[in-house]
Design a protein. Structure first.
Length: 393
């Protein structure tokens, strides 16, 4: 199957992967032949891309880290958790100190989160990642726009756990990290009117309130489990930066890998938070949450490595390009440059990732440089010293 921009989908195209709504209830199942009416509905719901099945790409399957079953199970648990927070802890705009006071009272009187259920979801997620043995992360903002919170939380969690795995985290450490990652943004849910505003329309006071969301997330988690320690600390620090320029406490990171082998200072970031901070930024760059610019996976990781390298642990930044599938399986790419000069300007579908170098995937060539259809030919770019691809989709 292949990834297609929703604007390019035509009536009669066959859906390759099932689509779900904000509660992760089935909207359209895989194999459905799309009608003009259904395509219009998907556009209204602001789907960006969908997977299409056709004869040409029937042998191409997305390389998933977790199964659709676990993804659905996790997202349904998150949807229930998020809805509970919205229903029990909703605020208009107050002074930050007043908000903290009211949240502290609300969380104690009526816990809005069942930590045991979230930890169970994180456990299933980690177990599947370990069982599958996949170490390649692929993500594009595909879901219904109303489900963006769910996809962001889940994708940040999967990437965080994969990074932890690269640093030989124990299973228990990955579950703790995964639980914190699933809940890192719950503090935003108590301000639905503010969080839905475009950044340019926020007042200074409103921006300051939203910048406190890591603290609100921490308070919500502690309200759900007063005995919890690691998850609240990690969540509170997920917007801290390695160079001390983050918030809310301007903590700094350590120069060594995020493992137990190295002793860390008291006034520095928790090692889990160093991972969560990097994973969160990557996904925000994909979605345009920071500056309104939506970036491709390759653009996002390049931006972090070149423009923001001082903000993240260098050991984490070094391994992220090894984990992230810059050119997702099923995506249309243009070959801009190869060392040999072969196939420059040609278009093709990414057929499979290259575990050794994500910039050199296996490609099914479909169109010549003038975008005229050609006989499908599969090529392996791994022997090229340098490859530059453009994600066309």
């Amino acid at each position: 199957m292949r990834i297609v921009q929703i604007e390019k989908v035509k009536p009669g195209d066959v859906l390759g992967k099932s689509l779900y709504n904000k509660n992760y209830e089935l909207v359209v199942s895989a194999g459905f032949k799309l009608t003009e009416e259904m395509i219009s509905t998907l556009k209204r719901r602001e789907y960006n891309y969908i997977y299409i099945m056709d004869e040409l790409t029937k042998g191409i399957m997305p390389e998933e880290v977790v199964s659709e079953t676990i993804r659905i199970m996790t997202n349904r648990q998150l949807a229930e958790t998020f809805e509970s927070i919205k229903n029990n802890l909703a605020f208009e705009t107050f002074a930050p100190e007043e908000i903290k006071k009211r949240m502290d009272e609300g969380c104690c009187e009526m816990p809005s989160i069942r930590m045991a259920s979230v930890r169970k979801a994180a456990t299933h997620l980690v177990d599947e990642i370990l069982q599958n043995g996949r170490e390649i992360f692929a993500s594009l903002p595909i879901d219904d726009s109303a489900a963006v919170d769910l996809q962001h939380s889940l994708d940040v969690t999967i990437l965080s756990v994969l990074i932890g795995q690269k640093f030989s985290f124990t299973e228990e450490e990955m579950k703790q990290l995964g639980t914190a990652a699933l809940l890192h943004d719950v503090g935003k849910l108590v301000f639905p009117t503010l969080r839905d505003k475009p950044p340019a329309e926020l007042s200074r006071e409103e921006r300051m309130i939203l910048r406190e969301h890591p603290v609100y997330s921490m308070m919500i988690i502690r309200g759900g489990d007063p005995n919890s320690f690691i998850e609240p600390v990690v969540v509170q620090q997920h917007h801290e930066y390695h160079d001390g320029s983050g918030y809310p406490n301007r903590l700094k990171g350590e120069p060594f890998p995020p493992t137990k082998a190295f002793k860390r200072g008291r006034q520095t970031m928790h090692r889990y938070a160093e991972i969560l901070s990097a994973a969160n930024m990557y996904d925000n760059l994909l979605r345009g949450n920071n500056d309104g610019v939506k970036r491709s996976p390759a653009e996002a990781i390049t931006w972090m490595v070149t423009k923001m390298k001082e903000k993240f642990n260098p050991h984490i930044l070094r391994i992220m390009p090894q984990l992230i599938q810059c050119y997702p399986t099923g995506a249309l790419v243009r070959i801009d440059k190869t060392t040999s000069g072969s196939y420059e300007g040609w278009y093709g579908i990414v057929a499979r990732s290259n575990d050794e170098d994500q910039s050199k995937p296996l490609i099914l060539l479909t169109h010549d440089p003038n975008y005229k259809e050609s006989t499908p030919t599969q090529i392996d770019l791994s022997s090229e010293k340098e490859v530059v691809l453009d994600l066309v989709l």
